[in-house]
Design a protein around this ligand. Structure first.
Ligand code: ZN
Ligand code: ZN
Length: 260
């Protein structure tokens, strides 16, 4: 009965309700400019892109690579062991890939779409504002470890659900810090600093777990919120889902006088 679109709808409704009850920034409006664009990101990245990439992989790389790397190392483990190991392994892989998105210049061009979140826009729905090419990069780099370990569909579903709930919370208009659990689990306070416009270098790359950032020296958690969100040059990005989907493959002309 549980399907990913149903979980996504319930998580969205639940976190949106929490934002109304205890907002970190009470003056931030629920209805804002370009919300329709973020709604398209939610539906497209949350469902259609994954379905499309799975369809494409089943007809291209799966037949070529499955016989060579499909070792199913995890197939003998119980479902809960698989779910926990899959969540830890995939989250560490995604922490590493997120580092690359910031450090490799051409990957950063795609990841800019996620960092285009401005002041007044940080809410649960921007959790799904990212360029489709970024998803292709994540799926490609995760492909081999997943093929070797061969987790069950249920274990991967658990990771997807956990990641969606934590991702929604991380971007939500909530002042949650998770107490002592902040050293393990990513939080809205910590992820807000990942979107800081003034930091000289990016930090807090964690998706589900903050543990990787604390372990590898990339954690950053001052006791106050950042002064402003976004990145320098954000205004050069086109504003909506459709034009951003072509960016940066087809660069939009810069506005007159914009130095970025
Ligand atoms: Zn980032
Ligand atoms: Zn984010």
């Amino acid at each position: 009965m549980w399907s990913y679109p149903l979980v996504l709808a319930l998580a969205s409704a639940g976190v949106a309700l929490l934002e109304r009850i205890t907002p970190a920034r009470p003056s931030q409006p629920a209805l804002r400019r370009w919300l329709w664009s973020d709604a398209i990101y939610l539906v497209f990245n949350g469902h259609f892109l994954g379905v499309g990439l799975a369809w494409a992989a089943a007809r291209t790389v799966d037949p070529l690579l499955a016989s060579r790397f499909d070792l199913h190392l995890a197939s003998g483990w119980s479902i809960w062991v698989q779910a926990i190991v899959a969540t830890v392994v995939l989250d560490f892989a995604q922490w590493t890939i997120h580092n690359l998105l910031h450090r490799v210049p051409w990957l950063w061009e795609f990841h800019k779409v996620h960092h285009s979140v401005r002041d007044g826009e940080m809410d649960w729905i921007v959790s799904f504002r990212f360029h489709w090419a970024e998803v292709v990069v994540y799926k490609t780099l995760q492909y081999l470890p997943l093929a070797i370990l061969g987790f069950s569909g249920e274990a991967l579903f658990f990771h997807a659900v956990f990641g969606t709930v934590v991702g929604h919370l991380n971007h939500a208009n909530l002042d949650w810090g998770h107490g002592v659990w902040r050293y393990v689990l990513n939080s809205p306070r910590m992820h807000l600093w990942h979107h800081d416009a003034d930091s000289p270098r990016a930090r807090n790359f964690g998706i589900i777990f903050s543990l990787w950032d604390w372990l590898f020296g990339t954690a950053w958690l001052p006791d106050h919120p950042p002064r402003r969100l976004g990145f320098d040059g954000e205004r050069a990005l086109p504003p909506d889902f459709f034009r951003r989907s072509l960016w940066p493959l087809v660069r939009a002309p810069l506005p007159p006088g914009d130095p970025s």
